[in-house]
Design a protein around this ligand. Sequence first.
Ligand code: DOR
Ligand code: ZN
Length: 443
Amino acid sequence: MPVDLLLNNGTIVTPRGEFRAAIAVDEGKIVAIGSASAMPRAEKVLDLNGLHVLPGFVDAHVHMREPGMTYKEDFLSGTSAAAAGGVTTVFEMPNTLPLVTNEKVLLEKASLLKDKAYVDFCLYGLIIENNIQELAGMAKAGAIGFKLLLAEVTGGVPRPSNGLIFESFKELAKIGLPVSVHAEDKNITQYYTEKLKATTKEPIAHCLARPPIAEEEGIHLLALFAAQAGNKVHLVHTSCGTHLIKAAKATGAKITAETCPQYLVFSEEDMQVKGSVLKINPPVRNKALVQRLIEAVNDGTIDTIGSDHAPHSVEEKTKESIWEASSGCIGVETMVPVMLTLVNRGLIKFSRLVELGAENPARIFGLYPKKGVIMVGSDADFTVVDMKREKIIKAEELHSKQKITPFDGFQVQGVPVYTILRGEIVAERGEVLDGPKGRFVRP
Ligand code: DOR
Ligand code: ZN
């Protein structure tokens, strides 16, 4: 009996290096890796000469807005964007409406989304002031982890008290699932926001209102709590404070950190040009901090890359006053090409990108080795890329419902050619093929 699919002549990229080999896939799993002559016969053969084969990207940070805010995005459009962009698994954030704060809401969300997913998906539960007793139930229902916010974001989630946060960390140490935290602390951002609002509406004021110390204060607190409680804390969209993360890791605290492409390619100077389109929380930082962040990506302080895909309508994003505009930008479709471009520019090693974009998120969240790796027995999820191909990102070509993005006009070198999900091609050269074929995945 022939196997379903054979990937021939590609160069496989792993965290340990690159090598040329063929990959045989059957019933959604990788069944053999080796020289082409040693492979079984296959129903379908893809010749990947000149292309690189990466494990499918795992984006542990997206806001697809369904249910509750589907004018911004919905699961069909958001996961189409993921597929087109070379992402095979997304972790959906819980600041949808109703907020995902208990088992019932989580199960309802899973059942609502399961037929609308072009890629595999996982769901976060949310930690709020009064739901410690719900965390175990959400874990049982299949939550990939939890989200905690020290700042206020879309959906209007209040910041829980420090006592509650510490108690929930102790509970999470027992449950074993990680908590992804938005570390910017509201105390400082509120103070400066109020102060600056009185005098300016300029885009740069958004950065001044949320200075690095706000994020550093949060990281500091979380490191202390995590070290004592012994739970796993994943810092999302890290933009600064990497020295504190490094120090926390050295104490043995179970801390990991994500950053996003937007913090690696844009700086405060871009606020003048892009204005509120680039309004994100935390804000983009100055060039010296961007440089430090790139170093932290390379030295292992930063563990993962996520998109923080956070769509808003054009109207919400383009207000005259920076204070009125919504925070967040789309990114699930542009993450892989932008990161490949950084590899081509020599800023990040190709093998390191595979670790950041696939292996580490899968390991941190308990999906490894089903996801995140090219290994016999793993899901046959691949992001096949052309490192030579150049392209200019055009907002109007993206698959998201709301296409406004700071990456419009950004020149990339390196683009996904095939997105393969459990052995099926779900997107080819930016075109999404029939589906949706994604599934709800538990840790
Ligand atoms: O800018 C942001 N927007 N940062 C977040 O952390 C949340 C997000 C959103 O949901 O809009
Ligand atoms: Zn987010």
